[in-house]
Design a protein around this ligand. Structure first.
Ligand SMILES: Cc1ncc(COP(=O)(O)O)c(C=O)c1O
Length: 421
């Protein structure tokens, strides 16, 4: 039983959330999926069919037969759950194989898999910014520099590390001149700097120029006794972006100190991962609490992820990457023709349509849902006032007809709601 006093507080808090129209708890329940031949899977919600243009499954791998079969095989072999944390219960060969495959895919020595990229960021940032115990030789005499629009898990990871405010700096979104300014201003003050950024930004689909960012870090590295580390979280970029699905690093010709990704978007499975030099990964395995004291993904999920990594790195994966990018081009051309403008330049499967008005954004999302299409409306405070957008996410699972029919619905709704001319 909740004590009356606290129950009253919670009721008021939920009312506050609802009154502010930022409710998230009333999630849509997908009853099942239907699989029309040659078309994207249809989600069935309250008995009605929907085509998803709001999912992160950029290559359609969550329904891939090979990926699902690998999940089944791994759980038959190792069980439905991992049985406990790895340093106590041991680890399944499938987890080790997955880590090797991820490291090889990204051209690194070693990798580590976590239950989620969110949990990873909370733990890894703490370990990079601060030693885990009072005996640790890793000092917290560090400056962390973060892009102003970084994902919530990065913001929280920095928070959890608990550094004083002068050790936390933000550079303007995608503005490497500003990053340069911050690194220059702090020379001589800290043992090391850690620059952290999203690779692909999830709200607008923009890509950080990691090649140029790495150059800025290299320029200042000798001016910090322990150097300048670069950390990229490319959760939306991996298995979605770059010629062979290696994400923002591939697209901008870069190799950061650490690359973080999720297995739960383009790879179609679940879990988070980090790859880098063996020395850093060995340190992280010794020090990251959300790895040491928390279960890994289930063996089945690791098996599915391993099959997905193998698939992405094969001619079939190439075909899926080409297909999603053809869908992106088809969508961009069709949406422009229908009179829409884009909230940012993105060649990623995340395509943001600028609506610029909260009420019209809401109405457009509802109108599209009535026609059987799900997209995400994004309003202030997630984006600045007047920059309200709908985020459309393309997938290789969408057929040409799926994209064309969606564009027709989008054009009709735009006219009806006087969003487009
Ligand atoms: C940049 C970034 N990092 C981390 C996450 C969280 O990933 P996961 O679902 O694996 O926790 C997301 C997902 O929204 C993301 O966009």
């Amino acid at each position: 039983m909740i004590p009356n006093g606290f129950a009253e507080v919670l009721k008021n808090e939920l009312k506050r959330v609802d009154d502010a129209s930022v409710t998230k708890r009333n999630e849509r329940v997908i009853e099942t999926f239907e699989f029309p031949s040659g078309r994207a899977p249809r989600a069935i919600i309250n008995g009605k069919q929907y085509v998803l243009f709001n999912a992160n499954d950029y290559l359609g791998l969550r329904f891939n037969e090979k990926v699902k079969a690998a999940e089944h095989d791994a759980s038959q072999k190792y069980g439905a759950g991992p049985g406990g944390v790895r340093f106590i219960c041991g680890t399944s060969a499938v987890h080790v194989e997955l880590e090797r495959a991820l490291a090889a895919f990204h051209g690194r020595d070693a990798g580590m898999v976590f239950s989620s990229a969110f949990a990873l960021n909370l733990g890894v940032l703490h370990a990079l910014l601060k030693g885990q115990s009072k005996d640790s030789l890793v000092s917290s005499n560090v400056l962390v520099v973060s892009d102003e629009l970084n994902h919530r898990s990065i913001i929280d990871g920095i928070r959890v590390a608990g550094l004083p405010s002068e050790q936390k700096a933000i550079f303007k979104h995608l503005n490497l001149a500003d990053l340069r300014r911050v690194l220059k201003e702090n020379i001589g003050k800290y043992a090391r700097a850690v620059v952290i950024t999203d690779g692909i930004f999830s709200m607008l689909g923009e890509c950080q120029d990691l090649g140029a960012l790495q150059q800025v870090a290299d320029e200042f590295s000798s001016q910090y006794p322990e150097g300048v580390l670069t950390v990229v979280d490319d959760s939306h970029g991996v298995a979605a972006y770059g010629r062979s699905g290696r994400g923002a690093e591939e697209a901008t010709d870069a190799k950061c100190t650490l690359l973080i990704g999720t297995l739960g978007k383009g790879f179609g499975a679940d879990g988070g991962y980090v790859v880098g030099d063996r020395l850093v990964i060995d340190y992280l395995r010794e020090s990251v609490a959300s790895y040491i004291y928390s279960n890994p993904v289930s063996p089945g999920t690791a098996g599915a992820a391993l099959a997905a990594v193998t698939l992405v790195d094969s001619p079939d994966g190439k075909k899926l990457l080409e297909k999603v990018h053809r869908n992106v081009e088809r969508f961009m051309a069709g949406a422009s023709k229908a009179g829409y403008t884009f909230a940012a330049a993105s060649s990623h499967p995340i395509q943001p349509l600028l609506i610029g008005d909260a009420a019209k954004t809401k109405a457009l999302v509802a109108e599209l849902a009535a026609s059987g299409y799900l997209v995400t409306g994004i309003n202030y405070p997630v984006v600045p006032k007047g920059k309200d957008e709908i985020r459309v996410q393309l997938s290789a699972a969408h057929s040409d007809e799926d994209v064309d029919e969606f564009l027709a619905a989008l054009a009709a709704a735009g006219k009806k709601l006087q969003i487009t001319a």
